[in-house]
Design a protein around this ligand. Structure first.
Ligand code: EPU
Length: 296
């Protein structure tokens, strides 16, 4: 009997991964597993450990670049059981697969604000926490600032509750590594009027619309900003806007966006990233660090 027969969730074979990432780069998952609920996820982890199976966990794929064309085993928390949300007082608890936009709206319905700066950022809670998603405008704000606790499941299938201090949040980073899977989190929010929340949401959406390339498939900003400087400005000053390799191009609207013009491969994007790094280092002596998670 196949090892996955005892699982209750969705199982797909040869699943195209282009449909599961904002970059839309072609790759396939040999086996794609969506556990039904927490128990089913624990069951999967136990089987995987017993059989020494390697797997990649992916969220909504908005910050992900596949260089490999085929990944044997992918786990994705896509079941409605990981999208649930509840509110108690100033605390909102959401499953790892809850979309950021839905969380902002749910909070708003309860007169809670604080997360408006995440408006327009694609993706779900789990991924946003791993990379401590945030904004630098008009001041630095990150999702980690709002965390009360995070529920994770470790490689031994034990469920653990981590408090903010144990999550190692930094600029576009955390210590929530691939050793555990985030299943849900509780955020502490602030009382705020509906009008004030809506005004902030519109402000952030407007800012992104004006400056960022939201029309073409991409993974958002591809490099982190070096301290005190915008990577986009550095790349722009190297005269690289519009530069292409294969099906990938540096956006003409925002130089820190690499876009898929239709037929980009992971290698096209990666080569463009290498070219950017080389040029920015040559001209400004900054070592750019990828923001995107590259699956080699
Ligand atoms: N700039 C240029 N040329 C460009 C792009 C930007 O000269 O092609 C200049 C702008 O004119 C501006 C400065 O660089 O003076 C900063 O640009 P922007 O306001 O677009 O912000 P950013 O530093 O490029 C950061 C985050 C974004 C976030 C925005 C707004 C990083 C790597 N990027 O971008 O996050 O949305 O601030 O808060 O931290 C992401 O993480 O994927 C992302 C897009």
């Amino acid at each position: 009997m196949s090892w996955y027969k005892g699982l209750k969730g969705k199982i797909l074979f040869d699943e195209p991964l282009s449909a599961h990432t904002s970059f839309k780069i072609p790759a396939k998952a040999g086996i794609w597993i969506e556990p039904f609920d927490l128990e089913d996820l624990r069951r999967f982890i136990k089987v995987a450990r017993a059989r020494d199976l390697d797997y990649v966990v992916i969220g909504e794929g908005s910050n992900l670049l596949f260089r490999r064309r085929r990944i044997p085993l992918v786990v994705h928390l896509g079941s409605p059981n990981f999208k649930r949300m509840s509110v108690e007082g100033n605390y909102l608890t959401a499953g790892a697969a809850a979309a950021l936009g839905r969380i902002i709206q749910k909070a708003k319905q309860h007169g809670l604000g604080g997360l408006e700066f995440l408006s327009g950022i694609p993706g779900a809670l789990g991924g946003a926490l791993v990379m401590n998603a945030g904004t630098g405008w008009p001041r630095r704000r990150e999702i980690g600032d709002f965390i009360d606790s995070i529920e994770v499941i470790d490689k031994n299938a034990n469920v653990r509750l981590l408090h903010k201090a144990a999550c190692g949040f930094g600029y576009r980073s955390s210590s929530l590594s691939s050793d555990c899977i985030i299943t849900s989190a509780t955020l502490k929010l602030k009382r705020k009027s509906n009008r004030a929340i809506q005004k902030e949401i519109s402000g952030f959406l407007n800012y992104r619309c004006k400056r960022q390339d939201l029309k073409n498939p991409s993974a958002g900003c591809i490099f982190k900003n070096p301290q005190g400087v915008s990577a986009g400005r550095l790349i722009d000053r190297c005269g690289l806007k519009g530069r292409k390799i294969g099906g990938a191009a540096i956006s003409r609207k925002h130089a820190n966006f690499i876009i898929n013009r239709g037929r980009a491969s992971g290698d096209d994007v990666f080569s463009l990233m290498e070219l950017i790094k080389k040029e920015v280092y040559k001209k400004f002596r900054f070592n750019l660090e990828p923001e995107v998670r590259v699956i080699e």
